[in-house]
Design a protein around this ligand. Structure first.
Ligand SMILES: Cc1cc2nc3c(=O)[nH]c(=O)nc-3n(C[C@H](O)[C@H](O)[C@H](O)COP(=O)(O)OP(=O)(O)OC[C@H]3O[C@@H](n4cnc5c(N)ncnc54)[C@H](O)[C@@H]3O)c2cc1C
Length: 477
């Protein structure tokens, strides 16, 4: 990547005038939240945070950046976990925050779509849908903070992918400001459109490297009337995967979420957050947290769930289980799952891996990764949970108790290589849902074939030949 000098003062002044009062931040303390990653382990620097309110304002600012070769880091909720939404440390990029673009442009109930601007918080879209008796199914731990522009740019996954797919499956149309400042209006609410390359797909998971998403048409679904949640003890990951097949065969597509949880993360949670309690009386090595949803009468899935668990027990697939007796109890079980992120911080830090392998290789992955890690670091604490229904695990070994965090982080590269070599050998992906950003850039380039790297680079060159859109993230020019 070529050297980029700090943004010249004259350019900063020009951008401020174009942004207008209230359209930018330039005081260090105001900009601090925009340059720091969610976990606090990356802190960049910028001379300016731009905060446009309309697509036209975004386009005008990007035009100035294009004319002056000024690099831009698009940012939404800043909850991404790969240092993709923060600037580097050289004061040579401006941050463009979409968080003031909050308009809901349209809700079309006959077409089952909602059109929102990029800065609308995910939880707000869920609420708007629910108010109209619809469901927007994207759901993840950061949903109270992340914004739809960021969700689309990372092709976010979350806990309902099993039934509804990734963000990619939920987007029908996009509006994008291109790196030269032109606006592409692709806000079509069509489920069928075979008129050439599906351009929106390039921006979905593009991590802000090809343009700035300013609005999107999203799919809505019927709102479920019925939800059943269960916390189930299983002997092994293999039993968990077999249980998923059993439940899908007996209950069908109502199985909406299916999370595998290792005991070690439950221990960390119970140690660090006394508000939680063990859902079962005995301790088991692995658990599944599953949710069923449907359109039938409230309570209509209770019987099918009990029957599926009974037949699973007869087959020796499960050891114990509790079915939530109320919505509140169900929510408490999900809160445990959400708080794993905090439990890991309490453990003094983990080295995170967001991997996927084919479901048929999940068990092999866990065994091989645990064995390889423990051979290299006998006191490391393997910790693993995730959206196993999608073949996606957060495999986050916690540091040895008597190590400092600095010593552990010093081993990050070697640990990543141990884990990711196994993932790639099993035909998996080193980033299932969090994306590449800066964190996984070198590794991604190492594991991808030259043909794939050439195609990615060629796409980037077509859209952004001057390399001003989130340079150095996802792909290197
Ligand atoms: C507690 C917690 C739980 C999480 N759970 C999950 C999970 O289950 N599944 C999952 O997939 N992720 C998860 N994440 C990661 C994160 O929430 C997602 O990646 C989310 O989609 C990021 O959205 P954001 O608005 O915060 O985007 P940001 O962090 O602001 O940006 C993410 C990327 O998109 C780019 N970008 C942002 N907005 C735009 C735009 N409008 N146009 C172009 N590019 C843009 C940025 O430059 C950056 O590269 C979790 C994070 C936390 C902190």
């Amino acid at each position: 990547m070529s050297f980029r000098p700090p943004v010249p003062t004259a350019v900063i002044e020009r951008l401020k005038v174009a942004a207008g009062p209230g359209g930018y931040l330039d005081a260090l303390e105001d900009m601090a939240p925009y340059v720091k990653s969610w976990r606090g382990n990356w802190v960049g620097a910028t001379p300016l945070v731009l905060r446009p309110k309309t697509t036209e304002e975004v386009a005008a600012l990007v035009k100035i950046c294009a004319e002056t070769s000024t690099a831009i880091v698009p940012q939404s909720g800043n909850t991404g976990l790969t240092y993709g939404s923060q600037p580097g440390k050289g004061m040579n990029e401006v941050v463009l925050s979409l968080s003031r673009m909050k308009a809901v442009r349209d809700i079309d109930l006959k077409n089952d779509t909602i059109t929102v601007e990029a800065g609308v918080v995910l939880q707000e879209i869920q609420r708007l849908a629910a108010d109209k008796n619809r469901l927007f199914p994207l759901s993840l731990g950061a949903e109270g903070t992340c914004q739809i522009g960021g969700n689309i740019s990372t092709n976010a996954g979350g806990i309902q992918v099993l039934r509804y797919g990734n963000t990619r499956n939920l987007v029908l149309g996009l509006e994008v400001v291109l790196p030269d400042g032109r606006i592409w209006n692709g806000l079509r609410g069509l489920r069928k459109d075979n008129t050439g390359y599906d351009l929106k797909q390039l921006f979905i998971s593009g991590e802000g490297t090809l343009g700035i998403i300013t609005a999107a048409v999203l799919k809505l679904f019927p709102k479920p009337n019925e939800t059943q949640t269960a916390w189930i003890a299983v002997e092994s990951p293999e039993a968990g995967v077999e249980l998923l097949a059993h439940m899908r065969a007996t209950i069908g597509e109502s199985v909406t979420s299916f999370e595998l949880i290792g005991r070690s993360i439950v221990d960390l949670l119970l140690e660090s957050m006394p508000v939680h309690s063990d859902p079962l009386r005995s301790v088991y090595p692995w658990y599944v947290l599953t949710e069923l949803t449907g359109q039938g009468e409230p309570g209509s899935l209770a019987e099918p769930l009990s029957a599926a668990l009974e037949s699973a027990a007869e087959k020796g697939l499960i050891q114990d289980a509790v079915i939530a007796s109320s919505n509140e109890q169900g929510k408490r079980l999900w809160k445990m799952r959400e708080d794993f992120a905090f439990a890991q911080q309490h453990a003094g830090g983990t080295i995170a891996h967001d991997i996927s392998v084919p479901l048929s290789r999940i068990t092999e992955f866990i065994h091989r990764a645990d064995n390889a890690l423990l051979a290299a670091y006998p006191t490391v604490r393997p910790t693993c949970f995730g959206h196993v229904g999608d073949g996606n695990l957060h495999y986050n070994p916690a540091k040895p108790v008597d190590w400092t965090y600095e010593r552990y982080v010093g081993e990050r590269e070697r640990i990543n290589q141990i884990v990711h070599d196994i993932v790639v050998d099993l035909g998996g992906s080193i980033s299932a849902e969090h994306g590449i950003g800066l964190l996984r850039l070198d590794e991604n380039l190492r594991y991808k074939s030259q043909v794939e790297v050439d195609m990615l680079t060629a796409v980037k060159r077509v859209f952004d030949p001057a390399n001003i859109m989130n340079p150095g993230k996802l792909i290197r020019l």
